[in-house]
Each structure stands twice: as structure tokens, then as C-alpha cells.
Design a protein around this ligand. Structure first.
Ligand code: TXA
Ligand code: MG
Length: 354
């Protein structure tokens, strides 16, 4: 395939001619990466099985891992699903456009390639002017997983997309870095209580008023309901050692581990909060942002994991300890999925860290 065509566009006022060209590629069965408010997506016409199959080849993604369908408004959901119940209706009107993917029973408009053979389809309406303009110009729903090679950290900039996808896709709309930085929340309303299959910026606390009780899928319990959650994810090539526990207890243990691996000849980086950088003098630090700003940490996380690879790091020692609520739940979920090993530091007060 020839080089990937890149259109640089303004986030809030994208050039219509560029969007039209990108949309024409989608309509013809091609692949175009585009920004959303979460991460960059790799889009194809969601109603065209062969086009969707190309996404899986470009990403080297297992065929049984279903992809999310993107629409530009709630009305566009109707032809794609069997029915929209009141709960789904309420969630769409409260959280769309936004980082919430909702599972529905699929209609025959959605080819089996999209859903990995499942009878449900995940749909969301992204809160990004370029994504919305592309969907409208294409006139079809756009199926799009994150625009990374399968298993790699999701791309939050156009440069990340090109690192993985240059020459493997026809086009890329570049509108600069994405806002949230972590993928959408995925919620399954078909069971009682409803289940969050993947935590994201829309938190269990945000959903509770609409769903009553809501459960967060536990990876250790039973077969995964969301096929994607069983695969290695968000991983840099380096080995990632996650150190969890109360934030104030982390630096001594993280520093000790960093020294330990350095002495064994590993090229080590410490993934840390900005306020702790001075605790790791002499080590390469990858800074996430202030510990009390989960929004900034979420935005930087995948970029820092990719940076570890670019710098030839072989072991990343990562500070955990983000509170498991709000965006912190999603941050800890991605850190845990990226890690090969987790070490929990507990304090001398007799309270282990849960
Ligand atoms: O923020 C996002 O969701 C980004 C942007 C591009 O929209 N997309 C994204 O897609 O993260 P992807 O394919 O990387 O992750 C989709 C997740 C996977 O874990 C997949 O298994 C799950 O959603 N999923 C999709 N359809 C599903 C279904 N029908 N049933 C259960 N899980 C599903
Ligand atoms: Mg992904």
C-alpha cells in the first residue's frame, strides 16, 4: 500500500474538503484513522463486512474481538439494533456525545465481522468535531477500534498512529492530541445489575443515578464478557512492574526496584507522579502529571508508555496507588493491564492496601 495520506485539520473547525476526501475513502471500503475525544480510532464503514475485515488485518487484531460502532447522533442507533430501551435512551441523552459505549442487540445492518460473531454491538457517539464531521460526511456508521497495533498502547496523537499504521491504512485525520487519553467506558445493560465491561471517563459514580446498582467486570471471575479484555493490552515492549499501595508509601519501594533492575543490567524507567520525580534521581523518569490531577495523568499515560519503547527501556517500574473511583478506576485498570507483575506495598498500620 502507498504511504498513508495525512490531512492536518483544525479540531473545532475542520476543513470540509479534507473531511470529504477522508469520508470518500471510508465509503469506498478503505481505512481512515481519526481523532475522538478518547483516543484515535481506525475507521471503516461499519455496514460493510469486507471493509471491517481490513481493520483486523491492519491491526493484526484477533477476529473474535469486536469493535465499537460510532454514530453522529442517537437516532442513527435505531437501524443498527433490535431495540432501544428506556435505560439506554436515558444514558444516550445524558452522556452522548461522549466517552460511553453501550451494548445493544445488533440488527442485520451490522455484519458479523463487527461483533466477532456476538449478537450484541457496542455503539457510541464521540464528542469530537472531526469524528462527527467524518461520520456525517460518510453517511454511514463508522466501526473503529483504537488505531494501534493490537496489544500496543492506544494512540493519543497522530504521530502514535503513524508509528503503528504508516503504510497500512489509506488516511489519517490529524487534529492534534486527544482530550481524555483513555478509551471509552463500555457498559452492558443486558444483565442485572448492569456491568461496566471497561472503565473509562464515565465512571460508575456517574452511571449510578441512571442504573442504580452497577458492577465493574472483574477480570479474575469467569470468562470475559468483553472479548477484548482477555488479550494483552496497552503494553509497551518493556516489562512493566506495577507498585500499588498508598501513594506516600510508593517512592521508597519504586526507587529500590529501579536500582535492583539497573544493577542487573536492565534499562529502567520509572513511571511516576510529577511530585515524586526527585525521589528517583539518577533514574530515567516518565512523568504522568500531578497525582491529584487524574485528568492529566489519563491524558499522558499511553504517550509515556510509548516513550518507554522509543527510549529502548527494558523495565518500567510504575507507581500505582491512584484511588479507584472516577477516572482513577480507569487509570488503575490500564496500568494493571499494561503490567506483567504487581507488587503491593502495605503500611505499618495494619491496613493492607485493597
Ligand atoms: O474510546 C474508545 O472506545 C475508542 C475510540 C476509537 O472510540 N475505541 C476503542 O475500541 O477503544 P477498541 O476496539 O480498542 O476497544 C473496544 C472494546 C474491546 O475491549 C471490545 O472487546 C469491547 O470494546 N467490545 C466491543 N464490542 C463489544 C461487544 N459487542 N460485546 C462486548 N464487548 C465489546
Ligand atoms: Mg484498543
Amino acid at each position: 500500500m502507498p504511504r498513508t495520506r495525512v490531512w492536518k485539520v483544525d479540531r473545532d473547525n475542520p476543513d470540509p474538503a479534507s473531511v470529504e476526501e477522508a469520508a470518500a475513502i471510508i465509503v469506498q471500503g478503505g481505512l481512515v484513522a481519526f481523532p475522538t475525544e478518547t483516543v484515535y480510532g481506525l475507521g471503516a464503514d461499519a455496514t460493510c463486512g469486507p471493509a471491517v475485515a481490513r481493520i483486523f488485518r491492519a491491526k493484526r487484531r484477533p477476529m473474535d474481538n469486536p469493535i465499537i460502532v460510532h454514530v453522529s447522533c442517537p437516532d442513527e442507533v435505531l437501524p443498527l439494533v433490535q431495540k432501544v430501551d428506556q435505560t439506554a435512551e436515558a444514558l444516550m441523552s445524558r452522556f452522548w456525545p461522549g466517552p460511553l459505549s453501550i451494548l445493544f442487540r445488533r440488527s442485520r445492518r451490522i455484519p458479523p465481522e463487527v461483533t466477532g460473531g456476538l449478537d450484541t454491538v457496542a455503539i457510541r457517539c464521540p464528542d469530537h468535531p472531526v469524528a462527527l464531521a467524518l461520520i456525517r460526511a460518510a453517511g454511514v456508521p463508522i466501526g473503529a477500534p483504537s488505531a494501534n497495533m493490537s496489544g500496543r498502547p492506544s494512540p493519543t496523537t497522530a504521530e502514535h498512529v503513524l508509528e503503528d499504521m504508516e503504510g497500512r491504512i489509506e488516511g489519517l485525520l490529524d487534529a492534534g492530541p486527544t482530550g481524555v487519553g483513555l478509551e471509552s467506558t463500555v457498559v452492558d445493560l443486558s444483565c442485572r445489575p448492569p456491568v461496566i465491561l471497561r472503565p473509562g471517563a464515565i465512571s460508575p459514580e456517574d452511571l449510578a443515578p441512571y442504573l442504580g446498582e452497577v458492577r465493574v467486570a472483574d477480570r479474575s471471575a469467569g470468562p470475559p464478557r468483553s472479548p477484548g479484555t482477555k488479550y494483552v493490552h496497552y503494553s509497551p515492549r518493556a516489562r512493566v512492574v506495577l507498585v500499588d499501595g498508598r501513594p506516600e508509601l510508593l517512592p521508597p519501594r519504586v526507587a529500590e526496584l529501579a536500582r535492583h533492575y539497573s544493577e542487573r543490567g536492565e534499562r529502567v524507567a520509572v513511571l511516576c507522579r510529577s511530585e515524586n520525580v526527585d525521589c528517583y534521581q539518577g533514574a530515567l523518569t516518565l512523568v504522568l502529571g500531578p497525582g491529584n490531577r487524574p485528568d492529566l495523568v489519563a491524558r499522558q499515560l499511553f504517550a509515556r508508555l510509548r516513550e518507554a519503547d522509543l527510549r529502548g527501556v527494558t523495565v518500567v517500574v510504575a507507581e500505582g496507588g491512584f484511588p479507584r473511583r472516577g477516572l482513577g478506576l480507569a487509570i488503575m485498570n490500564r496500568l494493571e493491564k499494561a503490567s506483567d507483575e504487581k507488587i503491593t506495598v502495605s503500611g505499618g498500620d495494619g491496613h493492607g492496601w485493597g
